[in-house]
Ligand binder design. Structure first.
Ligand code: ACO
Length: 440
């Protein structure tokens, strides 16, 4: 009879081991073995036991999660079971944030309470202003954002009670409510403009646009198309299971600091050009290419290893990123209001050329979420260095859901990977005067 196990023979010792295969709730979504089961495989009494070596977590599940499902081969993304295209079409960012955090869509009353709660927590302590003033005039808004989110930790010392669900709930509300305010302040600081206080009459994205763009008008009225487009972009960026920044959030969270410090670390992970910083890198790349005529030459440079096609490729998606497809539609709506971003035609040409080229076909490299998002953000008037900050605002909900799940998971402990030691074997200390000269 078929058994759910592996039989492993260690050819060093000729011993045989039986390792159970385990499944999650849905066996069709994959099977795993426990890496610690390999430790019984020893080459003698003194041996530590077999490790699984997996740099960059290429094939290691670090947790069980019920938040987000990604099928990279088929280009599927679902939050709590709901397909991303349905949420993008029918839902709102705050409703999706509730869903991702609580596991279910809110009923009417729950949604109202949630939106009210977020709305009344959008203000930040006045001292944050002084704190932000300390940044240089040309500070990158993402650096400012990372610093400001971390600084919130000092304003809410009660937040260290991470094992108390009520304490977690209030920090979650504060963070989701305050990150747009901090993001807008980071932007206004970089422009030397006075900070704008939140306007509770507006939606989350409407208020965000208000805090970014309001100048002397008594009441800011966001353009409804741009307000909705930003909301859709926020929905698309809420979560993406165990990516670099979610893993950072979980890893930092596992030592039980307050969520402001953990989230600041997650945002720092997002900042890199291989992750959420890619949308910024895409724009710089498109501007560098300059015209459609240069696309072929650029692609040759990518194939020759001189360049990287930013906004293409993904560790998990080996098919068209479903978020990129939705973003392409949103782009048309935005451009109807703002006019077409001239970089769009370079991006479209680049996509066309890359998707037909053997190099990209072979490696299954398709546009990811960042390929078109920056073009929309730029058309909406955002400077390039704000792009990763725009990513961090909605991802805050995802990071917090991952954090909450981690803290509730009885199997999780402080994250502590093993290593395969490759350094010097033991050797004796030599006094400084007695050491041979170092090789230059
Ligand atoms: N341009 C050119 N070649 C690429 C690209 C790219 N964007 N991405 C991958 N490749 C090539 C690699 O050189 C490698 O080729 P090889 O087998 O000849 O060595 C092969 O495809 C496999 O790539 P890896 O780097 O092993 O893939 P990995 O899963 O480690 O990297 C990553 C994924 C970081 C996203 C990568 O595709 C990349 O750098 N893309 C550009 C940056 C980007 O757009 N990041 C955003 C991702 S989405 C997000 O984080 C929100």
């Amino acid at each position: 009879m078929a058994k759910d196990s592996l039989t492993i023979t260690d050819n060093r010792t000729n011993k045989t081991y039986e390792i159970p295969i385990q499944y999650g709730t849905y066996p069709q979504y994959g099977a795993s073995i426990r890496a610690t089961d390999l430790r019984q495989i020893k080459n003698g009494e003194e041996d530590f036991g077999l490790l699984s070596y997996d740099p960059a977590f290429g094939n290691t599940a670090s947790c069980r999660s019920a938040i987000t499902f990604v099928d990279g081969e088929r280009g599927i993304l679902r939050y709590r079971g709901y397909p991303i295209d349905q949420l993008a079409e029918k839902s709102s960012y705050l409703e999706v944030a509730y869903l991702i955090l609580h596991g279910e869509l809110p009923d009417e009353q729950q949604l109202k309470v949630w939106v009210d709660d977020i709305t009344i927590h959008t203000m930040v302590h006045e001292s944050i202003k002084k704190f932000l003033d300390g940044f240089r005039y040309d500070a990158h808004p993402m650096g400012v954002f990372v610093g400001a989110v971390g600084a919130l930790s000092t304003f809410y010392p009660d937040a260290r009670g991470v094992d108390d669900p009520d304490c977690r709930a209030i920090q979650i509300t504060r963070l989701i409510a305050k990150v747009p305010t901090l993001a807008a302040m980071a932007f206004r600081h970089s422009r030397g403009m006075p900070y704008v206080y939140p306007d509770n009459d507006l939606s989350l994205t409407g208020n965000f646009l208000n805090m970014l763009w309001r100048t002397a008008e008594p009441k800011y009225e966001p353009n409804p198309v741009l307000e909705r487009a930003l909301d859709v972009l926020f929905i698309l960026h809420v979560d993406h299971e165990q990516n670099c920044s979610a893993n950072a959030m979980r890893s930092i969270g596992s030592s039980r600091p307050d969520p402001y410090c953990a989230l600041s670390g997650a945002a720092a992970a997002l900042y890199g050009p291989l992750h959420g910083g890619a949308n910024e890198a895409v724009l710089r790349m498109l501007a560098g290419i300059g015209t459609r005529a240069n696309v072929n030459k650029f692609v040759e440079g990518v194939k020759g290893g001189k360049e990287r096609l930013m906004g293409f490729g993904h560790r998990v998606y080996k098919n068209y990123d479903p978020r990129a497809r939705i973003i392409k539609q949103t782009a048309d709506e935005v451009f109807a209001v703002t006019g077409v971003n001239p970089l769009l035609e370079i991006a479209l040409e680049l996509e066309q050329v890359a998707l037909k080229d053997e190099y990209f076909i072979e490696r299954k490299l398709y546009p990811n979420v960042d390929f078109y998002s920056g073009i929309i953000y730029q058309a909406m008037g955002f400077p390039v260095d704000m792009f990763p900050v725009l990513f961090a605002i909605p991802r805050t909900a995802g990071w917090l859901a991952q954090w909450e799940e981690l803290l509730k998971d009885k199997e999780q402990r402080i994250a502590r990977p093993r290593q395969v030691y490759d350094g010097n074997d033991t050797r004796d200390y030599v006094e400084v005067g007695k050491r041979p000269p170092a090789a230059s």
